[in-house]
Design a protein around this ligand. Structure first.
Ligand SMILES: [Zn+2]
Length: 508
């Protein structure tokens, strides 16, 4: 009797609960997150909070196999949704149940779960996959860097597709556990802290954890034969650096640069507030590229950055990004200035501190270097276009804009802004307009015209507009001592696709 009575009651309760959720019919999540430069990057309809990547990599063959477990929450009633990915998928589970999937476009994985996903509810996706990343081309190139002893994933804005499925846009950040099995004697380097290593049957597994929100392109993986150094900062943070055993003549200069990571980070913390993450370090694999990248907690550096001796300036650049770019990420790839303008300006501040030329001297020299008819001035750092996203002007004119701001509002307000901004938007996203409003709020001055002049006008600002910049400067400013080191970091973000086309930006 009781049993028969309870059944209808339970069924009725379910129906009542089901009504609000069914108010909106489920529909497919958008195949892009809405970026103005890269409409198909990222996806709509859900938000990822954690990636668990369990991988196995064979350096001899470049075969990568893995299981990605993605913890997410639906932001609409979903009938299906996309991940961004380029390797071969074997199976997909959503909520533990088999889901249908198909590859569409050149980097979309379209997933149809067995049942609808309700808005606001958490769900888990398990993707099993494999591939040879160096052989997988999207848009004519692979971002996966093959080395004689392994492979490396570090590129911007595309990097994730070749090693894990994701919602590939900085607007959807998540924490990461990256566990990689490699043959004994080989190392696997990733972000954050090394939680443990285990060895079994000829394979060593490295378990890395990045426990603060991290954009997908800032996750990195390097497999190869590395010499790993460990240390602790004065504040107790672990510093883990890794050097390929194959750096040859660049080995000493690489170490003389990266081993100053703790010192540089402490100096930056004095300017920008407490370091935002759980670990520090960097790695130099034996890649033939020329760029560096601010992969979270553990920047990637090409050996070529150290071909002319130690370059602490590039370390300053990548570590400055930990605050400006990583903790505070851009909202849209159009907002690249909120990353690069500040990373370059940090190099100027380091030069000033080291007595190798003040930021003002570097600004004067930069301003004078490019005549008014140089195409340099046609690139608008505040909205450079996808094709010019990593153009020299985004860096140099981007830093000029900050020097102009400093001269307009004075050192006290300027350095208050630089320190408070990373706290105001910590672990979040911000746009160029957000920065202008923040600077106006702190300084109490209207700054629309200054930002328009330096970031949005496709011509050289007149000497009058640049009055503070050029004030007191000799007609032909002398080259600051730090100039060449800083220009050598111009290969910092040469884009994978540009490198493929042979258009790598180089310092002159
Ligand atoms: Zn940069």
């Amino acid at each position: 009797m009781r049993h028969r009575l309870l059944v209808p009651a339970a069924a009725a309760a379910c129906m009542v609960l089901a009504i609000p959720a069914s108010a909106a019919e489920p529909s497919p999540g958008a195949p892009g997150i809405g970026d103005s430069y890269y409409p198909s990057y990222g996806n709509g309809g859900y938000d990822v909070s954690h990636y668990d990547l369990r991988l196995k990599y064979q350096p001899d063959t470049d075969r990568l196999e893995g299981t990605a477990t993605i913890v997410a929450r639906a932001t609409q009633n979903l009938s299906r949704f996309n991940l961004d990915f380029a390797l071969d998928v074997e199976s997909v589970l959503v909520g533990g149940k088999k889901a249908a999937f198909k590859a569409t476009g050149d980097h979309e994985l379209e997933i149809t779960p067995a049942g609808r996903l309700d808005s606001g509810k958490p769900f888990t996706v398990v993707v099993r996959y494999h591939g040879t990343p160096s052989e997988v081309e999207v848009g004519g190139y692979t971002a996966w860097l093959r080395t004689p002893d392994g492979g490396v994933a570090a590129n911007e804005p595309e990097g994730a597709w070749w090693w894990y499925p994701s919602n590939d846009h900085p607007r959807d950040k998540a924490t990461f556990d990256v566990s990689v099995a490699v043959p004994d004697g080989t190392q696997a380097i990733s972000n954050g802290t090394l939680q443990s290593t285990t060895s079994r049957l000829g394979w060593t597994r490295y378990n890395w954890r990045s426990d603060k929100p991290q954009a997908t392109y800032l996750a990195t993986l390097a497999v190869g034969k590395f010499d790993v150094t460990t240390d602790t900062t004065a504040g107790g943070l672990p510093v883990i650096n890794a050097y390929s055993k194959d750096l040859g003549a660049n080995d000493g200069a690489a170490r003389a640069s990266l081993e100053r990571t703790g010192e540089v980070a402490d100096w930056l913390a004095g300017l920008y507030g407490p370091y935002p993450f759980n670990a520090l370090g960097g790695y130099v694999p034996n890649v033939p590229t020329g760029y560096a990248l601010e992969t979270q907690t553990r920047p990637f550096y090409s050996p070529r950055q150290f071909a002319r001796g130690a370059n602490v300036s590039v370390v300053v650049h990548e570590l400055a990004h930990q605050w400006y770019g990583d903790s505070v990420s851009l909202k849209d790839w159009r907002d690249i200035w909120v990353n690069e303008g500040f990373a370059r300006y940090s190099e100027w501040l380091w030069s000033e501190k080291e007595g190798e030329g003040t930021a003002q001297e570097l600004a004067d020299y930069t301003y004078a270097l490019y005549p008014a008819d140089d195409p340099f001035w046609t690139v608008r750092p505040g909205d450079p276009g996808a094709e010019n996203q990593f153009h020299r002007a985004v860096y140099d004119r981007g830093a000029l804009a900050l020097q102009a701001l400093r001269n307009e509002i004075g050192d006290e307000d300027f350095f208050t802004i630089l320190q408070r901004w990373p706290t105001e938007y910590r672990y979040g996203n911000a746009s160029v307009a957000d920065f202008r409003r923040f600077a106006e709020k702190v300084s109490g001055k209207p700054l629309a015209e200054l930002f328009d002049t330096w970031l949005y006008t496709p011509s050289k600002p007149a000497a009058a507009a640049a009055r503070s910049v050029a004030l007191g400067a000799p007609k032909a400013p002398a080259e600051p001592k730090s100039w060449r080191k800083i220009q050598a970091t111009n290969t910092v973000h040469s884009h994978g696709r540009d490198a493929h086309r042979g258009e790598e930006h180089r310092g002159h």
